[in-house]
Design a binder for this molecule. Sequence first.
Ligand code: ATP
Ligand code: MG
Length: 555
Amino acid sequence: MAEEAKNFIHAFIEEDIGPGGAFEGMQVHTRFPPEPNGYLHIGHCKALVIDFGTAEKYGGLCNLRMDDTNPVREDEEYVDAIKEDIHWLGFDWGDRFYYASDYFEQTYEYALELIGKGLAYVCELKPEQMREYRGDLTTSARSPWRDRPIEENFDLFRRMRAGEFPDGAMTLRAKIDLSSGNFNMRDPVLYRIIHRSHHHTGDKWCIYPMYDFAHPIQDAIEGVTHSLCSLEYESHRPLYNWVRDNISCKNKPRQIEFARLNMTNTVLSKRKLRLLVENGLVDGWDDPRMPTLCGLRRRGYTPASIRDFCERIGVAKSSSVVDYSFLEHCLREDMNMNASRVMAVLRPVKLVITNYPDDKTEVFDIENNPNRPEEGTRPVTFSRELWVEREDFMEIPVSKYFRLYPGGEVRLKGAYVIRCTGCEKAPDGTVAAIYAEYDPDSRGGNPSDGRKIRGTIHWVDSRTALDAQVRLYSELFTDPDPDSADKDFLTLINPSSLEILDGCKVEASLRGALPGQSFQFLRQGYFTPDSKFSTPDNLVFNRSVSLKDSFKLPG
Ligand code: ATP
Ligand code: MG
């Protein structure tokens, strides 16, 4: 992606605050305006990084504003969750937290101002008629109420507010251009009647402003200089500017649009995510498979990995779909540097070292993170009976199999070289135990005679092992484009997106591991304790991401 394409917003801003620009010498001021009707998802992170990140870059301010102009859909429950998620990502709005509904009175005053200027009128077309009178590319829209006298508009609008008319009886419309090629400019509705309690203003209002009218007013009142929003608002920008330029507020914010984030194998819309929750298809908004911030957090994503992802996908003007595996790639890079290495056996089978004394225990110091030698080592116990992965043994090995098979040698990570001597079978034919002998001259993992050992496997001492449950996740949708309009995403859920393994054996150092701590289970992937199910005595780990990277960086 070209550097300039990445930074077109910054280029505009630098022009604006530079000599001769519309905001010459002013402090950059942005806002993030979520609608409190659901939890934030990874798409919102892109907007957060743009809004807060841009303010940060220019030493400016970013407001957090709950866009609660629609009384029907919003709920206070989401407000706290939204704040928590933004703080978790590392952004802060200081004391600039607002509700769009705080401005209802001023918004109403500005509507009166427009009426007084002959720029707004009360229209009595019913919703169906409104559609019918809308016109098309060759026909203008119509409204029989357009030339109502100003005094009558004042009177009706005040009575709309006073609750004299039922829902849908009339609207306040801007008087702009009924034949505009941009339908948003064909006398758009500014206010509608909705007799409904609002979660923040209660029953104070029964008329509510439309987003297109309220938003530029909110931006102007707050002194926002740059109102950064996603591309679907591009064709609304003329209306944004019209409102801004016709009200008497001295601040004249500028709207700039960027492409929304779309991702493969998931849906990014609060409405659709809510349906997954309401239909019980996932374990709540924070299900570790969800692309919500709380889901990603529970899965083991770090703020740094998410911000890194948002910065690397860039800020383009045209929409594109980002491969989900790129998000995983960003997490893997973070984990590779920062996660502590431990050993855990997910599908355990007993390994008995027959020439190792039964009454003996040794302690090996094993490195915590090869990428961070300063993190030192941890003690790991070793004794005659260990747990190893079932798939690390083959009674009849395939070619190039360098793990355990009768007669073969393998290194036990950090401990000894062993030679497999055989196995014992359960009545059903499965392997019940593997037998081996260790080479006492290979302490630390290398034979003293220098012979080459090709395979290394992980293990856990059966005397000190802890039991754990491990939850393996794969994509929620195997369909790369479940969001597509012609598909019913609810029927596309991947039935095997969660695999639960019980009876896993993890090394003793994981005792008391807490959600938010990340571990690399050697040879398996990156894991974190689940914030809902894990307790210090009953460990439950989520696989955050596997070790293998399927993502190919372009070029
Ligand atoms: P949704 O469809 O998920 O409800 P929305 O746009 O209605 O999305 P808002 O709460 O209004 O959600 O979004 C707050 C801000 O986040 C807006 O400025 C919006 O443009 C931005 N945003 C939402 N989704 C995305 C996305 N996928 N990519 C980039 N920005 C987004
Ligand atoms: Mg919205």
